[in-house]
Write a new protein. Sequence first.
Length: 258
Amino acid sequence: MSFRKIVAMFIAVSASLLVAIATPAIAQEELNDGPKSLVIQYKSSLTNRAAFRTYLSTNMKAKLQAMKAKGDISDFRIFYSWYRQPNVWDGMVIVRFPTFEGVTKWNALERATPGGLDAAGQALGDPVVTYNVDLSWSRNPDNLREGEVYYVIPYEYRDANEYRDYVKGYILPQFDGWMKDGALTGYELYLNRYSTGLPWDALFIQHYRDMASFGQRQKLTEHTRVGLRQNPEWKAWSDKKQGIRTESENTIAELIAH
């Protein structure tokens, strides 16, 4: 083998090692500690749906406010879906913790009150799934107010590192464009820490200013994309997005407590 080929091989191997070292550091910024957020999704029967909404907006709200006052949690929000859908949650609670020890305290609470539900809550709803998540990207995530429309979109992806690059190159420019247009007031993008299995790896929550803004969603989406298509990087991600992620059934929700 010639000296030139040896040098070329060395450079190629060195470059690949640098990528292997750099990628996890960028892709796993949140992983230096345990996941500090939980997403809990609940289902209720038709006959209990209205009562369960009231329970979450009163009993659950009071419980979480008390935990926040003691410093056990740093923040929470409770959403309720507009409509009853067979394959979608009725209520969703997101709890954020100041430390991983806060998650441990919640786990102890789970032994007697699954999903944070006491006996009255358990008679009305079922915490069908709980996710350990990281709030990986957001703008104005705590700028919450009643009257806004919250559009919740779950996704599955094929590769975590690729998906993060896709979010930064394709998703965030769109969301920021919608905020510039005035339709969105903020957004939250959560990644499931333990993403093996169903039903989702990533959860997007878009904060629409009001019903009128939400009603213009399709028009504003296309308006923003017209400009973004002039960006070669964004266009490349757009062309291959179908092979990167799959989208599950969306939910339109209201904020009932925070």
